[in-house]
Write a protein that binds this ligand. Structure first.
Ligand code: IMP
Ligand code: MG
Length: 180
């Protein structure tokens, strides 16, 4: 098994995560613990990014929660996203930051953004490490974006191919891997 080709190095990922954390800290500013920023990740791909990001957002109180979703890919219902695990935090009247590893077609994030707004969050913003712009099927505004990338299948730093490669410290390309 040859290691995936480096697309974004560990050093570049770390630097960009620190920059995004600084932007978030600046924008969400001074707040009390009872108004903590709710950071919501989508399992499992976002766990590395989310934990590194919030570890650098030290000056504002944050809470962390997770959704788990699954989508029908290539089936008869493109864009039908199922919520397998809901968040347990009440977000009514709260500022929510959705943290994702990658925005591809956009269906997953569109579904979750709409749900969070429907539940009465004060604000919902999106922070995504990777943006596959050319693969987008539905519009999803990204407030904090790590890197735009080409429409290639990437792994590492949380992203998987059949459950593997999540533990790579860099973003790599698996040459020849089908997007199943
Ligand atoms: P979307 O609903 O098509 O935007 O898909 C988002 C989800 O698909 C991401 O959270 C990833 O789990 C997965 N995904 C999309 N592109 C890739 C990739 O290149 N590598 C690994 N997973 C991906
Ligand atoms: Mg994911």
């Amino acid at each position: 098994m040859s290691p995936p080709r480096v697309l974004i190095s560990q050093q570049d990922v770390e630097r960009r995560v620190a920059e995004l954390a600084a932007d978030i800290e600046r924008d969400y500013g001074d707040r009390e613990a009872d108004d903590a920023l709710i950071c919501v990740g989508v399992l499992t791909g976002s766990v590395f990014f989310l934990s590194d990001l919030v570890a650098r957002v030290r000056d504002i109180p944050v809470k962390i929660d997770f959704f788990q979703t699954s989508s029908y890919r290539g089936g008869t219902s493109p864009g039908e996203v199922r919520i397998l695990k809901d968040i347990g935090t009440s977000i009514r009247g709260r500022d929510v930051l959705l943290v994702e590893d990658i925005v591809d077609t956009g269906y997953t994030l569109r579904t979750i953004l709409d749900l969070l707004r429907f539940r009465g969050a004060r604000s919902v913003k999106l922070c995504a490490l990777l943006d596959k712009e050319s693969a987008r099927q539905v519009e999803v505004p990204i407030d904090y974006r790590g890197f735009p990338i080409e429409d290639v299948f990437v792994v590492g730093y949380g992203l998987d191919y059949r459950g593997l490669y999540r533990n790579l410290p860099y973003i790599g390309v698996l040459d020849g891997a089908p997007e199943d």
